[in-house]
Design a protein around this ligand. Structure first.
Ligand code: 6PG
Length: 382
């Protein structure tokens, strides 16, 4: 049975000076099982399962959380096709016997389970950067109190500029930081394409993180070797710095993700084998659709093992992907950011008014957000 999704909507309109929310609207709870609870799955002729219609039909509000196919003993959840047709009839499922020839199972599955998602909307990019600094500072203090170190994984792109709010924070013990990279381009560290260089210019040269605690890609290697070498650097960190979970995966204290217009996070692009990978810590990417083509990337299982994961998307240019990611469930793999579901951690979206401009937040608060959408999402304001 599909797990319920609780989307805690904490819409924070922030004071520009402090980033402290000046208005905190009510929290909305969106449940995944509305439709499931309104219908029941029946077996017909011992072969096909259908969803029987009951009096009231409310589309499922499931957005993020569905179980892998192997865990659907009672039929396909509404969010994956167990829907009603315009005629009012429940959509029939396939009657075919067996998988047919040359059919391969979809290589992506959404993680089972799912936890609360906090969506913080700030007044401006400035307020968002300040709120992000508070978020990172809190994660840092908690980690240092718990295990004497703070591991933070940075993305490239526009994310590093949003970290400017950390510069000059006296309440952050940067000497205990270990800086990793969510993904990195396989270029020299001095290249203008280097995520390391961007992070150095925007943050790392301005805060007292010891150079030996910044884990950069090794230059000049074939990309596959660079990925192996980076995984080796993670392996060499002691478990007090980088604890492991029950599956043996490193638990990074704080992962800061940007998101591309195509929904990619890290260098995990839509419908690629790297995005589908269920094993490994660091993978090479040799044909990235976003240049440069050679990169290394942390894997989705590693991102989802983290304690805190923030998806940071600021500005009008991100409005469309934010709306799709938060309000329209795609086939797994088509929007990699939707696969980001920390198993034991907290997922937080950091938005500003521009990037949140196409969200129908009022619908969320009323608990009436329709899913899947049957209409085109509104275009972000020009
Ligand atoms: C990279 C980045 C990448 C980035 C997204 C979003 O190396 O390209 O790490 O994953 O975070 O592409 O980038 P923007 O915020 O610049 O759009």
């Amino acid at each position: 049975m599909a797990a319920a999704l609780r989307t805690s909507l904490c819409r924070t309109l922030s004071d520009r000076r402090t980033s402290r929310p000046v208005v905190q609207q009510q929290r909305g709870v969106v449940r995944a099982q509305q439709l499931e609870n309104q219908g029941k799955v029946a077996q017909q002729n011992g072969a096909a399962a259908v969803v029987e219609q009951t009096e009231e039909r409310i589309p499922s509000a499931s957005v993020h959380v569905i179980q892998p196919i192997s865990r659907w003993p009672e039929g396909i959840p509404p969010a994956m096709g167990g829907h009603y047709m315009p005629s009012g009839e429940a959509a029939p499922l396939s009657q075919s016997r067996g998988p047919g020839e040359n059919i391969h199972p979809l290589m992506f599955t959404y993680p089972a389970g799912g936890r609360d998602v906090a969506v913080n909307v700030y007044d401006s990019d400035f307020a968002a950067a300040s709120g992000l600094a508070d978020y990172v500072a809190a994660a840092s203090a908690e980690a240092i109190a718990a295990h004497g170190a703070f591991t933070v994984a940075l993305s490239g792109g526009s994310l590093v500029k949003a970290l400017a709010g950390l510069v000059g924070r006296q309440d952050v013990d940067f000497s205990k930081w270990w800086v990793l990279f969510v993904d990195e381009r396989n270029v020299p560290l001095g290249s203008t394409d280097s995520n390391y260089r961007a992070a150095h210019e925007e943050l790392l040269r301005k805060v007292p993180v010891p150079a030996s605690q910044i884990l950069a890609i090794k230059e000049g290697l074939p990309v596959a070797h660079a990925a192996t070498h980076y995984a080796g650097q993670l392996l060499e960190l002691s478990s007090s710095v980088l604890p492991r979970n029950a599956e043996g995966l490193p638990v990074i204290d704080c992962v800061l993700l940007g998101v591309g217009p195509d929904g990619h996070v890290a260098s995990l692009f839509p419908n690629t084998k790297e995005t589908a990978a269920t094993e490994g810590w660091v993978l090479p990417v040799s044909n990235s659709p976003k240049p440069p083509s050679e990169r290394i990337t942390l894997t989705m299982p590693l991102l989802n093992a983290a304690k805190n994961v923030a998806v940071v998307a600021l500005g009008k240019g991100k409005a469309e992907v934010v709306q799709r990611a938060l309000e329209v469930q795609s086939l797994p793999g088509a929007l990699p950011v939707q696969l980001v579901q920390p198993a034991a951690g907290q997922l937080t979206w950091v938005l500003d008014q521009g990037s949140a401009g196409a969200l129908r937040v009022a619908d969320w608060e009323l608990g009436s957000k329709k899913f899947p959408r049957s209409e085109n999402p509104p275009k972000p304001a020009a």
